[in-house]
Design a protein around this ligand. Structure first.
Ligand SMILES: [Zn+2]
Length: 99
């Protein structure tokens, strides 16, 4: 689960969720108010997830899987990633450069 990079506050799941759709601008820590961003390592992770997802979609396309199934797989993967984000990503109190 996320913890604040400056005060160590452990986010509750419900507080951690909005990061998934607010990752670029960051969000304030509910405890100390410091703006938190995904760490560079976390953003790299999310990039790899996207990459793997694209490979799976291209693969399922090449084995002639019907389009609705491809969309279904993509949807399941996106929601799984969103739901798991607070467990696999970490926060940083500054916007770290990607590389
Ligand atoms: Zn904090």
């Amino acid at each position: 689960m996320f913890s604040c990079a400056s005060c160590g506050y452990k986010f509750k799941y419900k507080e951690a969720m909005p990061f998934s759709w607010n990752a670029r601008v960051g969000r304030d820590c509910p405890n100390c108010g410091t703006r938190q961003y995904y760490s560079a390592a976390s953003r790299k992770k999310s990039m790899y997830f996207t990459l793997v997802g694209m490979i799976i979609i291209i693969f399922s396309n090449s084995i002639n899987l019907p389009l609705p199934y491809v969309f279904l797989i993509a949807g399941v993967m996106v929601s799984a990633l969103l739901l798991l984000t607070p467990f696999i990503f970490e926060l940083s109190d500054e916007e770290e450069p990607m590389w």
